[in-house]
Write a protein that binds this ligand. Structure first.
Ligand code: SAH
Ligand code: SF4
Length: 362
């Protein structure tokens, strides 16, 4: 780990403190170092935030912890499970804002789960096919709020199932909230805590070039990177993804070539297929040229319809033809199945469905 605690922004909430920061805090109270480690263990291994449940701590220390404000920074407002066991959690924060997180079981073994998490309330990037983009940015999420999604997700799964992969593919552009996301990454992959493998944590970005470089530097290229490509010519991409007007495809692909990937690791290219817009055989050919020499795997995502737009997915046979065009030219390509449709949980389309976004009095 290259990123040391002193290079991170200070934690926003006790839940976001690292073991060394807990040790420093408890030593201010005259407690030995191991007490700090025990607290981190309770929070990040056991998922316990209530000091009264931290049974191996002395009463006096529990009382101190109560004064620290150990309430959950996010709470589950509702939880819906789809027929395929995909579960969507609607989460509420103290200021009334809401985000979603989705637990997606592996197809052949549903005890192993990928969790899709949010990094912002809404999103400033304005992609025209995306509900979060249409909504605009309401506010950043804090490091504590980001990590709490996974702690709550794991609790929701119970003892026999586990979160193995985490993807930043919910609401928001994670690299537009870099500092909080960086601390969350350190916490999620901490060996004394949730201990997720860095390669199993994916940061998905619309293409913020400077922050891609920063992520590569801070985590030695070990965090899995996913790029929302969605178009292979600047004019087309700028039309659907305003970020491309600032960082065009040339700049973006250069950043991908620089990303310090280790051997056998590949960058994920996400490509949302939109009928008549980016789904022609020419698009497929040009994608192959654009990505030449970059180790990638491509995920094709048939666009999920959103109410703010008439754009939609091509039909299934067209999707398969597009996949075939790419495969024939040597790319490895997966078509992402929409999971959990019946609870509107499709990851990448997390937004303000069904339930009001603010509490009635907010
Ligand atoms: N902001 C980040 C991560 C969140 S979105 C990013 O854009 O990469 C996760 C993925 O879902 C992205 O590839 C995004 O472009 C895609 N997506 C957004 N809206 C979608 C929709 N309506 N249908 C299909 N994919 C969508
Ligand atoms: Fe933001 Fe990603 Fe949606 Fe674009 S696709 S608006 S970057 S969440």
């Amino acid at each position: 780990m290259k990123l040391s605690p002193d290079r991170l922004i200070p934690p926003s909430h006790p839940i976001a403190r690292l073991p060394s920061e807990w040790v420093a805090r408890v030593s201010e109270w005259g407690e030995p170092a191991y007490r700090g480690k025990q607290i981190f263990d309770w929070i990040h291994r056991q998922g316990v935030l209530d000091p009264d449940e931290m049974s191996n701590l002395p009463k006096s220390l529990r009382a101190r912890l109560h004064e620290e404000g150990m309430g959950w920074p996010v709470e589950i407002v509702s939880s819906h499970e789809a027929a395929d066991r995909t579960r969507k959690l609607l989460l509420g924060m103290p200021d009334g804002e809401r985000v979603e997180t989705v637990l997606i079981p592996q197809l052949n073994d549903d005890s192993v789960v990928t969790q899709c998490i949010s990094s912002q309330v809404g999103c400033a990037m304005g992609c025209v096919f995306c509900a979060s983009g249409v909504a605009g940015l309401k506010r950043q999420m804090s490091d504590g709020e980001i990590v709490a999604q996974v702690l709550l997700g794991r609790r929701e799964l119970g003892p026999d199932r586990r979160v193995r992969n985490v993807v930043f593919m919910g609401m928001g552009e994670p690299l537009h909230n870099y500092d909080a996301v960086a601390r969350a990454l350190v916490l999620l992959t901490h060996p004394d805590g949730l201990d997720l493998s860095k390669r199993r944590v994916t940061v998905s970005t619309s293409g913020l070039v400077k922050q891609i470089d920063q992520l590569g530097r801070d985590f030695n290229g070990q965090v899995q990177l996913a790029i929302s490509l969605h178009a292979v010519r600047d004019a087309a991409r700028s039309k659907i993804m305003p970020v491309n007007r600032k960082h065009g495809l040339g700049e973006l692909t250069e950043a991908l070539r620089r990303y310090p990937l280790s051997k056998r690791q590949r960058i994920t290219i996400e490509y949302t297929l939109i009928q008549g817009l980016n789904d022609s055989p020419r698009d497929a050919r040009e994608m192959v040229d654009l990505l030449k020499g970059i180790p990638v795997k491509v995920n094709l995502i048939p666009m999920n319809p959103i109410s703010a737009s008439d754009l939609r997915a091509p039909d299934q046979s067209h999707v398969l033809r597009f996949q075939e065009e790419l495969t024939r030219r040597g790319l490895s390509v997966f078509v992402r199945k929409t999971r959990g449709d019946d609870v509107a949980a499709a990851c990448g389309q997390l937004a303000f469905h069904g339930e009001s976004r603010r509490s009635p009095r907010a």
